[in-house]
Design a binder for this molecule. Structure first.
Ligand code: COA
Length: 375
C-alpha cells in the first residue's frame, strides 16, 4: 500500500533523473547548458557544435567538428518509406507534427544508438521541409551537404541559400531551445529508452508529448496576439479587454521561471539583429511595445504573480522573421529538441535503470465476477 502523501500529481517537485545537460533555475532566471550560460553559448555555437557538446560533454575542436558536420550531413536523406508517408499525409493535409511523427517512425532503430541518434537529428529538417513543400504542391528538395544543419533547413524550405544573418538567427533559436531539464517530452524519451527500447522509439514518443499545446504549442497564438493588436496604440485596449475577460496573454508566464525567462532575452537579441538586417522592422517594434504594455498590465491585474515574457513570445518573432509559417513553429522546436532528447537517452542508457514509478490504487477491491447473462 502506497502512502497517499507519496503521490505527487504531475510529479511536481519529484526528481526523477540526474543530468549534466541543462540546469534550470527559475528563481534566478538562469539556464546553464552543459556548463555554459545560455547567453554565451546560444548566439555563438553552430548547431552541430551544440549537438556534439550535449553528446560528448565538451566542445569539439576544428577537426572533430568537421568530421561531425560531414557525418550529420551524410545522414540527411530520407528512406523511400518516409517520403511515401509524407506524400500520403500531405494528401490528407495532416498537421505537420503528425507528419513528422509518421516519417520519424518510418526510420528503423537498432542497437547502434549513436548511429540512430545521428540519423534522427540529421533527418528532422529534411522531413519538415519536405512535408511543407509537399503540402504546397512542390517537390521536396534534396538536402545540400555543403550547408550546415540550420542553413540547409532554410534552403530545403524555400530553395534559396540563406545569408549569414538568417542562418545565425536560426542557429541561435535552435541552440536556445535544445534542452530544458526534465520537461515532459524529455521525460517520455527517457522512460522509453529506459526499457531497453531503441532511439527511434524514444524520439517518436517524445514527439507525441511535444505536440500537446501545454508543451510545444504556444508560439503561434503569441504571434496572433501581436497581429491582432496591429499597432502599438491599440495594445493597451486589446490587452485590457483580454485580461478583463479573464483570458491569459499568450507568451507570458511560466511554471518554472518567476523572473524573466533567459531564453526570451537571448531570442529578443536574435530577433533585433534579424529585423535590423531587413524584414519587417515595424513588426519588431510593435512586438516590443506589446511586450512592455503586457508586462505593465499583468502586474496591474495579477499583482505578485510575477508573470514575465516567456520563450514563446520571441520564438514567434524570430521564426516569423525567418519566413516560417506558424504551422512549422512546433516542428522547428522539435528539430532542435531532438538533440536534447537523444542526449538524455544516452544518459538514461548509462544510468541503466528502468523508470517505473508506482500508482496509488483508488478503486474498490470487493467486486465479484457476474456472468454476462446475469448483468
Ligand atoms: N496571462 C494572464 N494571466 C496569467 C497568465 C497569462 N499568460 N499566466 C498566468 N496567469 C495568472 C493565472 O490566471 C493565475 O491567476 P490567479 O492566481 O488570479 O488565478 C496566476 O497568474 C498564476 O497562474 P498559474 O496557472 O498558477 O500559473 P502556471 O505556472 O500554472 O502557468 C503557464 C504557467 C505557462 C501555463 C501560464 O502562465 C500560461 O497559460 N501562459 C500563457 C500560455 C503560454 O505562453 N505558454 C507557453 C509557456 S512556455
Amino acid at each position: 500500500m502506497i502512502a497517499e502523501t507519496n503521490f505527487k500529481p504531475g510529479l511536481e517537485g519529484v526528481v526523477a533523473a540526474e543530468t549534466r545537460l541543462s540546469s534550470v533555475d527559475g528563481e534566478a532566471g538562469e539556464l546553464i547548458i552543459a556548463g555554459f550560460p545560455l547567453e554565451e553559448l546560444a548566439p555563438n555555437a553552430a548547431f552541430e557544435e551544440m549537438v556534439y557538446l550535449l553528446w560528448h560533454d565538451r566542445l569539439p575542436d576544428a577537426a572533430e567538428l568537421a568530421v561531425f558536420r560531414n557525418r550529420m550531413a551524410a545522414a540527411r536523406g530520407l528512406p523511400p518509406a518516409a517520403l511515401d508517408l509524407l506524400r500520403a499525409a500531405a494528401r490528407d493535409a495532416a498537421p505537420a507534427m503528425d507528419a513528422l511523427r509518421m516519417a520519424a517512425g518510418a526510420l528503423t532503430g537498432g542497437d547502434d544508438h549513436e548511429a540512430d541518434a545521428v540519423r534522427l537529428v540529421a533527418c528532422f529538417p529534411t522531413i519538415v521541409a519536405a512535408y511543407r513543400r509537399l503540402l504546397n504542391g512542390q517537390m521536396p528538395l534534396e538536402p545540400r551537404p555543403d550547408l550546415g544543419h540550420a542553413a540547409n533547413y532554410l534552403y530545403m524550405l524555400v530553395g534559396e541559400t540563406p545569408d549569414q544573418t538568417r542562418t545565425r538567427a536560426l542557429e541561435t533559436y535552435l541552440n536556445t531551445v535544445v534542452d530544458h531539464g526534465l520537461n515532459a517530452s524529455t521525460f517520455a524519451a527517457r522512460v522509453i529508452i529506459s526499457t531497453g527500447s531503441d532511439m527511434v522509439s524514444a524520439v517518436v514518443g517524445a514527439l507525441g508529448a511535444l505536440k500537446g499545446p501545454l508543451h510545444g504549442g504556444a508560439p503561434g497564438p503569441a504571434l496572433n496576439l501581436v497581429f491582432e493588436i496591429g499597432e502599438a496604440a491599440n495594445a493597451e485596449t486589446v490587452l485590457r479587454r483580454r485580461l478583463e475577460a479573464g483570458e491569459r496573454l499568450m507568451g507570458f508566464g511560466h511554471r518554472v521561471y518567476k523572473v524573466r525567462d533567459p531564453r526570451a532575452d537571448v531570442l529578443a537579441a536574435a530577433a533585433e539583429k534579424l529585423f535590423q538586417a531587413g524584414g519587417d522592422r515595424a513588426l519588431y517594434e510593435l512586438a516590443r511595445a506589446v511586450e512592455n504594455t503586457a508586462l505593465r498590465l499583468l502586474e496591474e491585474y495579477k499583482p505578485g504573480r510575477r508573470l514575465q515574457t516567456n520563450v514563446e513570445f520571441y520564438t514567434a518573432l524570430v521564426l516569423h522573421g525567418l519566413g516560417l509559417p506558424a504551422e512549422l513553429f512546433t516542428p522547428t522546436f522539435a528539430i532542435s529538441r531532438a538533440a536534447g532528447w537523444t542526449a538524455h537517452a544516452f544518459e538514461q542508457i548509462a544510468a541503466g535503470r528502468i523508470i517505473r514509478p508506482q500508482s496509488a490504487y483508488t478503486g474498490t477491491k470487493t467486486r465479484r465476477w457476474t456472468p454476462l447473462a446475469a448483468r
